[in-house]
Design a protein around this ligand. Structure first.
Ligand SMILES: [Cu+2]
Length: 215
């Protein structure tokens, strides 16, 4: 009797745990293309709350490496409040900095794993540079939602676990004009998976070298 009772409570407990994820969260697949219709990799895509709903915090520490005198990856999307560290895998030293209003910081010349973690507490775009190597550039898009991703080589991104509700779906790309770098559309999620697409007004391509780092 005791055993049977325990099994029953356990299954009720498990159903309670599983139900919200199975019933209420859906996957959004977003396709981003450039002005010629070609797939656009390395675009940030994120869904912000538009119905006044509280979104969860799902922050994990992140790394931006330096390898062969490049930052890896080129684009990092994070939820506001996330920490990023900057391990240096090269034999040369790097001096990582940003002058962007969303995060001004400076890690003077260092080698090895000592690129101290920085906390990104403001929403916006952070452009990273290296004081020694002008060709080094990377972007951090700091967003106010846990529902984000970046497009792969085929211009696609899947955002999982979106609860039903109203959102503003945004796309950001480094080569869009600075004053219009975020493109947005309204999004209503139900319990069903959904698709969306963006066509951005520039051609997909590598970021500008050096002069793009000054802001
Ligand atoms: Cu460097």
């Amino acid at each position: 009797m005791a055993l049977k009772h325990r099994a029953w409570s356990r299954s009720v407990f498990m159903a309670g745990l599983l139900a919200p994820a199975m019933v209420c969260a859906a996957t959004l697949t977003v396709d981003v293309s450039d002005s010629t219709g070609a797939p656009m990799p390395d675009a940030a895509v994120y869904a912000e709350a538009a119905g006044g709903q509280e979104l969860p915090k799902a922050m994990h520490d992140v790394e931006i490496q330096q390898k062969k005198r490049q930052f890896l990856p080129l684009l990092t999307v994070i939820q506001v409040g996330t920490k990023i560290s900057f391990p240096n895998n090269d034999t040369v030293k790097h001096h990582v900095y940003s002058f962007s209003p969303a995060k001004v910081f400076d890690i003077p010349l260092y080698s090895g794993k000592t690129g101290a973690a920085q906390s990104f507490d403001k929403i916006g775009t952070v452009v990273l540079g290296c004081n020694i190597h002008d060709q080094m550039i990377a972007y951090v898009q700091v967003v106010n939602t846990p529902y984000f991703g970046k497009t792969d080589a085929s211009g696609k991104v899947r955002i999982e676990g979106l609860p039903p509700g109203k959102y503003t779906l945004k796309a950001w790309y480094y080569n869009l004009p600075v004053t219009a770098q975020v493109v947005e559309q309204a999004l209503t999620m139900t319990a069903a998976d959904a698709d969306a697409s963006f066509k951005l007004g520039v051609k997909a391509g590598p970021p500008p070298v050096s002069e793009g780092q000054a802001w």
